[in-house]
Design a protein around this ligand. Sequence first.
Ligand code: AMP
Ligand code: ZN
Length: 473
Amino acid sequence: MKLYNSLSHEKEEFIPHTPGKVSMYTCGPTVYHFAHIGNLRSYIMEDVLEKYLRYDGYDVKRVMNITDVGHLTSDADTGEDKMLKGARREKKTVMEIAKFYTDAFFADCEKLNIKRPDVVEPATNCIAEFITMVQGLLDGGYAYLAGGNVYFDTSKLSEYYVFNNFEAEDLAVGVRDGVEEDGNKKNKTDFVLWFTKSKFDDQELKWDSPWGVGYPGWHIECSAISMKHLGEYLDIHCGGIDNAFPHHTNEIAQSEAFIGHPWCKYWFHILHLNTNSGKMSKSAGEFLTVSLLEEKGYDPMVYRFFCMQSHYRKVLVFSWDALDNAAAAYGKLVAKIAALDPAKTGENADGVAALKASFKAALDNDLNTSLAVTALYDVLKAPISDAEKLSLFADFDRVLSLNLIGAAEKLREENAAPAADGETVAKIEALIAERLEAKKAKNYARADEIRAELTAMGVTLKDTPEGTTYTIG
Ligand code: AMP
Ligand code: ZN
């Protein structure tokens, strides 16, 4: 498989550190609010990558952190802790906020068929690991104490801007206008590893450390949590493009300074979901959530399908029209799958193998999901049996997770099911019998009343010489 590596800016052949095994780390959500569908684009595309690696036969171990402390409103160590902001907004404790939004995040993931990573680790679980790493960086001369905080000294590195040719706009996200400079920093790019003295006296979560009571910086979380579960050699690190700088840049700086050798081989960055007015973000106020899509009547699978239709390294622009198109295309695809007859068997092994090969070729080429979706349509057109088609859809959906078979079965059942359940049928038949009795007793008023009642239920009666028949709907 070839994957674009943000470190080399090239598509590279994917070769994991240990043959057959893949260690994969994902920056998890900061759980101070609901995830927006932009965040979820990143998690959907990472999910496809993980599933494709498994499909390709790799033994994958995937780890995700939950940021429940230390992520400030500016990624560059200034502003307020996002968790504290969330707690204040909702008049709850930070831990209550963390629990609520962690659960909400995984509920959204479930709706979008995003698999839960093998390890999910909240930052607040790993304070001891952060302290060990910060101490190691101090001992190695890569960190210094100033104004009560511990800082990473970026001047000690031969290269700091490792992802250097990203768009300036992406790089600028972490260093927003109007953020005040931290006078303790020796170099502008230095960053906080451990906060003790800060202007956030009301920081709820604090821990003792060799440098005083305080809390960890955001970046150290991901380095330490990744190493705790995946060791010193990481194969793939994922995240949205805004995380490349400063977050991932800082992760690399401190991880490699700590272990003394290269750390992560492949950096997988997902481009943003934008709206017509720019990047979708929580700080911009209104943002779209999975629940909002559902309220508007969209199946979350439609959003996953929408994401799948475009390449992860292209900005995806969201609009309701575009989502409607995705909904229509998804509906049609499911209907075509539902129309396949599993009893129509036959064998065209070469045909099946060719379709599988083109599906794999699409994903082998830097996870080209839009071509993988095209491969689904190719299955429909191919000269293979319906049974073979169904088994290919099931196979491809191990990666795409579009619920193709489940949705098609549901549609088939809906089409085949009697329009009413047993109880309704019994009620209709009882009313018809009562109407017959009323007519026999020449109580036509009652008979008409019953007919009206049935009409209101959507039942149309037809009196025939053989008796009364009815249709529903
Ligand atoms: P956060 O919860 O803010 O830490 O972000 C969670 C993930 O969503 C990170 O991988 C971000 O890079 C990513 N992300 C943030 N905004 C967007 C966006 N508009 N489109 C795609 N991914 C995003
Ligand atoms: Zn991270």
